[in-house]
Design a protein around this ligand. Structure first.
Ligand code: PGA
Length: 260
């Protein structure tokens, strides 16, 4: 099954407003002029909330580059007394089309439970956003041989109550926690094995057709030097890129590795 690759640049809590704007311009420019354009991939960047407005204006100006504006988080209630939170309607107002849920830093640093990740995922999908649900095991869990069990648990919990009618906007990011920001990457063979197991779980949840059409992307120290081999794996449909997405040249190269 042909799946349109999805590549996300997760800028995390980095960049001043000025730097975020110049990076957004450079990414749009790099993609527009990359060999092989027009691209055959969906590309999104995920700046910090406070830069969404400014970056969104740049992406609208450079709409021929086709870069989707993404948010790193969202809240699931439509409005009300939730100090510090940002609703999906507010994000839509800024032109956001994609959100991340369940990122490992939100699970392990901010201690978000599965129930909260599930509520955000359901709300984002129901509201028509592309939702990138992130799953992945810690090093201790990997050493215990629990990779597939952890991924399955996080998928089942994160997707509870998601209707298969909304699953076409779902992207799963497999991000082994030990590989995020550490310079260590899962081997292409290990990543492929985990992706195939994730797709099998999606099959039991939504049926084979949806599972075959859902993008399962890899994240964790993706860089130009390892993107090619990962991209050749049949169940790796794109990347969620952290550190390397802060360099427009590296990010564009990574997009080029999977967008043919
Ligand atoms: P990294 O981050 O590429 O810096 O490892 C990936 C992510 O957290 O999405």
């Amino acid at each position: 099954m042909d799946r349109m690759p999805f590549i996300g640049g997760n800028w995390k809590m980095n960049l001043s407003r000025g730097h975020a704007c110049s990076l957004a311009r450079a990414v749009a420019e790099g993609l527009r002029t990359a060999p092989g354009s027009p691209r055959t991939a969906e590309v999104a960047i995920f700046p910090a909330f406070v830069h969404l407005d400014a970056v969104g204006a740049i992406l609208r100006d450079q709409s021929d580059a086709g870069v989707l504006l993404g948010a790193q988080d969202c809240y699931y209630e439509p409005d009300g007394a939730f100090t510090g939170e940002v609703s999906l309607a507010m994000l839509r107002d800024l032109g956001v089309g994609a959100v991340l849920t369940g990122h490992s830093e939100r699970r392990h640093v901010l201690l978000e439970p599965d129930s909260l990740i599930n509520a955000k995922t359901r709300a984002a999908l129901m509201d028509g956003f592309t939702c990138v649900l992130c799953v992945g095991e810690t090093l201790a869990q990997r050493e215990d041989g629990a990779t597939d069990a952890i991924n399955e648990h996080q998928l089942r919990a994160g997707l509870e109550g998601v209707s298969h009618a909304h699953a076409d906007r779902l992207v799963i990011a497999y991000e082994p926690v030990w590989a995020i920001g550490t310079g260590k990457t899962a081997s292409a063979a290990d990543a492929q094995r985990a992706h195939a197991a994730i797709r099998a779980v999606l099959g039991t949840l939504f049926g084979e057709t949806v599972a075959g059409a859902t993008r399962v992307i890899y994240g964790g120290s993706v860089k130009p030097s390892n993107a090619d081999e990962l991209a050749r794996q049949p169940d790796i449909d794109g990347f969620l890129v952290g550190g390397a997405s802060l360099d427009a040249g590296d990010f564009t190269e990574i997009v080029g590795a999977i967008a043919h």
